[in-house]
Structure formats: C-alpha cells, structure tokens
Design a protein around this ligand. Sequence first.
Ligand code: UDP
Length: 238
Amino acid sequence: MPAKGELLYEGKAKRVYRTAEPDQYLVEFKDDATAFDGLKKGTITRKGEINARLSALFFQKLSRQGIPTHFIEQVGPRELLVRAVEIIPVEVVARNVAAGSLAKRLGLEEGTSLKRPVLEFYYKSDALHDPMINNYHIAALELATDTQVKEMESYAWKINTILTEFLKPANLVLVDFKLEFGLFHGHVLLADEISPDTCRFWDRTSMEKLDKDRFRRDLGGVEDAYEEVLHRVEGLPA
Ligand code: UDP
C-alpha cells in the first residue's frame, strides 16, 4: 500500500491522505456513521471495509462502461487509491422510487415508483445543511460551469441506467443515490463513494431496506444489511 502522507481531510465516513504522488490521494473508509446532519452518531462494524470494496466494484463497473472516475485501485481492505480531484461542491441525487426527503416533500408514499427518474442538486455546505439548488443557483454561485453541470447530469443518467441493470441479478432495486464529482486537470470525474451509505438499495422481492436507512431509522440489522449487499454484488458477473 502507498504510504499515507499528510491527512488532508477527515469527514464523517472517510479520511483523505496525500501520497508520494502529487496526483494521487489515498482514501480510508471509516466504520463511523452519522445521520441527520451529524446529530445521530454511531459505528457500523465492518462498514469501512464493505463500503471501500463496494465502491471499488461499482467504480470498476462504471469505468468499464465509459464513465470517467477518480478510482485507480484498491490498495488495502479499507483503502482506495484515487486521482487527486478537487470536489465540485454540488451533490447530484438521482431517484427512481420515492423515498426519504422526496417522499416527504412531495407527499408521496415511500415506495411509489416515479413515472420518470428525477435528478436533484444539493449545495455541499455543512454550515447551510446542504440546501437543494438548481442549475441557476449553481451558475449564480459559480459552483460549476454550465458545461460541467451538463456533464454531471449526463454521467448521472448513465450511471443510473448502468447500476440499475447491474443490480437486477442481485435482486436489488436502486431506489436513489447521491453522487459527487471532482475536477482533475480540468476534466469532470466521478468521485467520492458508491455504497449503502450513499444509495438506497431495496430487496426486489420483499422491498426490505438494505442500506443506511436501517441506521437512520433504527430498524436493526444494519451490519447484516451492508454484508448482504456486498455478498450479492460480489456474486455478480463483472
Ligand atoms: N444522500 C447522501 N448524503 C446526503 C444526503 C443524501 O448520500 O447527505 C443519499 C441518501 O443515502 C439517498 C439519496 O442520497 O440514497 C437521497 O437522499 P434523501 O434526499 O432522500 O435524504 P435523506 O432521506 O437521506 O435525508
């Protein structure tokens, strides 16, 4: 594993370190879990390893399908070597089924299929609690250029199609997910993670939740759900 250099950033679920290569960072996934803007805290046993592994598998799948990502390789059980991107402060959420904040905001019953998938943007700002924004806000605040926004939208739709199809043989529904993108030498790359912390995965048959909602809503069986998603995804053909 490349040596961990200066700790650049420590977030709720990850630490990012410099490496000897200026263009490469090492991301370490933690077992710590938070929800509701950090108000709820806990740990999920093996979460770091599971989310690192799942992110690696999803990034590999996506890059084989033509999505540029920051992922280089998995270098440890909970460590990914990635391209040193500068994160664009816009979270992109894609949704296929009403759940969470969308169900609440629009008065839809959780589990209602959306007639068309939905994309949303959120301003990545802890101080402001990640408010929802649109293309005009992104331009007004110069969070990203119009071209970068179009690229993020186009990648998000492609990722939704690829992952939805990929997860079908695992009997998983991709309900919704959050993406973050970064800039690397002027190019937009998919960054951050793709895991049960950032996606809603439901069992296709029972509609059982197999993601962070088990932690957020005290449903129990949190560790088992993360293990189950990993087990199913590892069993999929590449
Ligand atoms: N999400 C995330 N980070 C956030 C907010 C949301 O990864 O800070 C993910 C969440 O796991 C879900 C999707 O984005 O898969 C949509 O989340 P929603 O807006 O419903 O918010 P929540 O109900 O999680 O507050």
